[in-house]
Design a protein around this ligand. Sequence first.
Ligand code: G4P
Length: 526
Amino acid sequence: MDRLSEINRRRTFGIVSHPDAGKTTLTEKLLLFGGAIQIAGAVKSNKIKKHATSDFMEIEKQRGISVATSVMAFEYRDKQINILDTPGHKDFAEDTYRTLTAVDSVIVVIDVAKGVEEQTEKLVSVCRMRKTPIIVFINKLDREGKDAVDLLDEVEEKLGLRVMPLSWPIGMGQLFQGVYNIYDQKLVIFSPHGKQNEEDIIEIADLSDDTLDKKVGKKAADLLREEIEIVTSVYPSFDRSAYLNGDLSPVFFGSAVNNFGVKELLDCFVDIAPPPRDRETEERIVEPEEEKFSGFVFKIHANMDPKHRDRIAFLRICSGTFQRNTNYLHVRQARQMKFSNPTAFMAAKKEVIDEAFPGDIVGLYDSGNFKIGDALTEGEVLHFKGIPSFSPEQFRYVNNTDPMKTKQLNKGLDQLMDEGVAQMFTKIDNNRKIVGTVGALQFDVIQYRLQNEYGASCDYEPVNLHKACWVHCKDEKKLNEFISRRRRDLAEDTDGKLVYLAESAWALKTVQDNHPDVEFKFTSEV
Ligand code: G4P
């Protein structure tokens, strides 16, 4: 197959949801359809959250599993589908944001009873910023939940998405009978536990057809007719280009655990989801069809075995063809590197590959050369955009508790920060190090990993901080004035960028008022 056909048949996406909405179950059912796994229960990656309000050891155990399930690739209807796993636990939200930079589209799973939840709102807002096309899957229709119309209103309101239902539920909970698939005009009758037969899928182009009454009863049939009439008049008709621009989100209803509505979702996804999309760099737009290879690292995963301190860097291919044992430019380090064992991830299997195409994710063994956001190219200097760091929510001073191991501590901290476990700020007045995280769990993870992987030990000291803001100012004189006046609140991040550490929202506002020419940003593009 030629290179352009290879690119065009790739569909790289992520599934996002609030924990427990059914992301893992849906992933698993998709993999079953693709023949990538044979048995249910094989995907366990984000079960972490089940135990993990404070149990970080569980996270350590899961880390090994989640390497294998970081990317799950399978073939379906001649398409190569790459699903990128996103952690469910909210303390790892930043990992999820970064993974979303490597996808071309997203499926959002919503629990019919719970509606739109907090985590989903945050994740969708990140997708909307990048205009990532989104399909919504409303799950657990076998349970009592919210009314479908109310739920769509909630999705539009809370997620800021314009929706278009492409399937419609017939009843719910005990009375759930199935869905009418508006997209391909088929009635799909529900049977629990995935025991669906061919005859449960009936083509009904015209809803006045009395087959509908025979299949679901007159009352349900009439209600469906009424609802579909409303749906088709209220919601815009499906326009693929609006979906591809991130302006319109198709909605499907189903029950992942019963494997119901999943095939319809997958079939439509394969038809409409985008192939690899362009990527923005500081220098120019990179198109997948370009002949020369380029890609960026969006995730780094440490090896579980402390004897081998190598890591796996996950590279999203953006253009050209990536080839094994070929020299590429590591842009940040300005040097050539080649890779003898690049791996692809076919579901739970890893295998060494000779080449990979745009949309693919390749795992590169790394002994500490990569940082999140790093680019590899055939020689051109490119810096991929859209891989931000967000202001942490929690901060602590790190103290070295074993002065004989200072070197190990510094190395360990540097490497963990490169992996994106947390962010580190070095105060400019006294060189003290402050670690900032999204959730409390990471502090335990850092301490544990420093000890186990680097033989270094640290403890933490509380520091009262509200936010870290990246500081920009075009006027050098005003910037210097700001620096000299606020020196004790300033720090550098690991890239040497200037950061203002605000003690409170009030302190931040005062500083903003006093220095109107200085910009304070809550995110930093790596
Ligand atoms: P997550 O990855 O989004 O966190 O959710 P996950 O798939 O783990 O699903 C959360 C729970 O919801 C699981 O139950 C799962 O079986 C259940 N579930 C998923 N889809 C459906 C559905 O369509 N209908 C119903 N009724 N339940 C569904 P659990 O008891 O927490 O875990 P498990 O022991 O079944 O694995």
